[in-house]
Design a protein around this ligand. Sequence first.
Ligand SMILES: [Zn+2]
Ligand SMILES: [Zn+2]
Length: 113
Amino acid sequence: MTKGIDPAATPSGSGCVECDAAGGWWVHLRRCAQCGHVGCCDSSPAQHATAHASASGHPVVQSFEPGEDWFWDYEQGKGFTGPTLAGPTHRPLDQPVPGPAGRVPRDWVGQLH
Ligand SMILES: [Zn+2]
Ligand SMILES: [Zn+2]
């Protein structure tokens, strides 16, 4: 197994785990390549994907956005092309960006990182 990647780990869900628990919102989603945790990107208010990597020691994420299959290695600080992970490999197509529906504030642009 490539360090930080378990192709058999399935995604935790269709939205950021911590944002869904707290009623938050996100811009884009990233999926932990090791355990399947889905978190929000660094442009999002809470940056849960990076927080998960720091807290868990899981160093690799893959984009969870439709049409994107890039990986990012936090330890190396660079992107790369990796194996195909267990599906689904992206959020539902009808889920808006930013999302999720009904939780994005009117002034969301001003809250981006
Ligand atoms: Zn989040
Ligand atoms: Zn993880």
